[in-house]
Design a protein around this ligand. Structure first.
Ligand SMILES: Nc1ncnc2c1ncn2[C@@H]1O[C@H](COP(=O)(O)OP(=O)(O)O)[C@@H](O)[C@H]1O
Ligand SMILES: [Mg+2]
Length: 379
């Protein structure tokens, strides 16, 4: 949990690459981007977020913009176009000329950021969202994605965020974050098995990643403990974390077993990570199918392409066609990601302005959003 006010995330929505590059330039690269407004609106981002909607969004229906802003904490800036006026005034919508030097836009962004930068209390009655990070392929980047997106969520959430290492035999969240805790998920699952797991006890089993405030339940230190943790007890632990945390992120193993089946039935959202080589894409397809068979609805399954710019790869469009969906974000290959194994500081905290960190921030915005169908979108 961040003790200070939450920093608004900047998002650019523009499908024209030249205009998008210009907007990115105007904000010194400090923004994540998506091409399509409807994709973003389908999930209604939770604040605080400043959305710069470029000219490719012109003509967007008011209902779409209204849906985007409905949770508050969102500033929506139409750059070079205006939203058609309607019967109801919409809060947090601005228009600005697409001027040469971008000074009007810069001033407006600053005003919006200052207005949005305030702590907000989350209603304790609302259960947290559980998101797993999955891939049938080892080495595809599950742990890196889970850690970085969990920290990006912690940076933008007002409530606590927890990361659980569910790769029970070979989990390496602890080594990636430089943690050496006295307790781990084995202790929590044992207490759950004995019927004696309480919130205060669970809190003792969590370790805090100092620079981000992320709460972590690490994997057992010995692979032999994995088989002693039942799927039911692990789910009990996760459900208890959901009661006190705004988000619970699960790193997982590539194995399909009773634990992975139980987790698939527990989560609200699942991120399927893939690289762009043929075998990764083939396995990601199987992973998406498996999650769907286990009952995760299509709109709760999110594709993330990792190492999107690696040398040996398929064209992203070919991969999208094979997988039947567009990735939510693409994460470039970046040396700062493996470097966290040495420093214990993931790229979102060590290099927050890098393109990988911005992709993780965009993914966190996506996951903080209301899922489709969770509210009224009429105008
Ligand atoms: N985008 C990336 N750029 C560079 N290295 C990466 C990237 N994603 C993951 N890695 C590195 O690849 C290795 C495997 O990633 P990891 O997240 O542990 O995969 P998994 O959990 O799926 O087995 C790690 O050393 C990690 O640091
Ligand atoms: Mg892993």
């Amino acid at each position: 949990m961040t003790e200070c006010g939450r920093q608004p995330t900047m998002m650019i929505v523009e499908n024209d690459p030249v205009r998008r590059a210009r907007l990115l330039d105007l904000v010194q690269g400090q923004a994540a981007w998506v091409a399509d407004l409807c994709d973003l609106a389908a999930r209604t981002p939770g604040g605080p977020v400043v959305i710069l909607a470029g000219r490719s969004c012109a003509g967007a229906p008011r209902s779409v913009v209204r849906r985007l802003c409905r949770n508050g904490g969102v500033a929506f800036i139409c750059v070079g176009w205006e939203l058609e006026s309607g019967p109801i005034a919409l809060d947090g919508i601005y228009s600005v000329k697409d001027d040469e030097d971008g000074s009007a836009l810069a001033a407006l962004i600053e005003r919006c950021r200052t207005a949005l930068e305030r702590p907000e209390d989350r209603s304790p009655a609302q259960p947290g969202r559980v998101t797993s990070v999955v891939s049938p392929k080892g080495g595809s980047g599950k742990t890196s994605v889970a850690i970085n997106v969990a920290i990006a969520l912690a940076q933008r959430s007002s409530g606590p965020v927890a990361l659980v290492d569910c790769d029970l035999a070979y989990g390496d969240v602890a080594i990636n974050l430089g943690l050496n805790p006295a307790y781990n998920v084995y202790d929590a699952a044992q207490c759950a098995a004995d019927g004696g797991l309480h919130q205060d006890q669970l809190a003792r089993f969590l370790v805090r990643h100092q620079s981000s405030g992320l709460l972590v339940l690490t994997a057992p230190t010995e692979p032999a403990y994995a088989s002693t943790i039942s799927a039911d007890n692990l789910v009990t632990v996760i459900e208890m974390l959901r009661e006190t945390c705004e988000h619970v992120v699960l790193d997982t193993s590539s194995t399909l077993n009773d634990v992975s089946v139980a987790l698939a039935r527990t989560v609200d959202d699942a991120i399927v990570v893939t690289g762009l080589d043929v075998s990764n894409v083939k396995n990601a397809k199987l992973g998406l199918q498996t999650m769907a068979l286990l009952g995760v609805p299509r709109e709760r399954l999110h594709l993330v392409v990792n190492r999107s710019d690696a040398d040996v790869r398929l064209d992203c469009t070919a991969a999208e066609a094979a997988l039947g969906r567009t990735p939510v974000v693409q994460i470039p290959q970046q040396m700062d990601i493996p470097v966290s194994l040495v420093t214990g500081e993931p790229v979102v905290t060590s290099e927050p302005k890098s393109s990988a960190a911005l992709s993780f921030a965009a993914l966190a915005v996506w996951l903080s959003a209301d899922p489709p169908g969770s509210g009224d979108s009429t105008d």
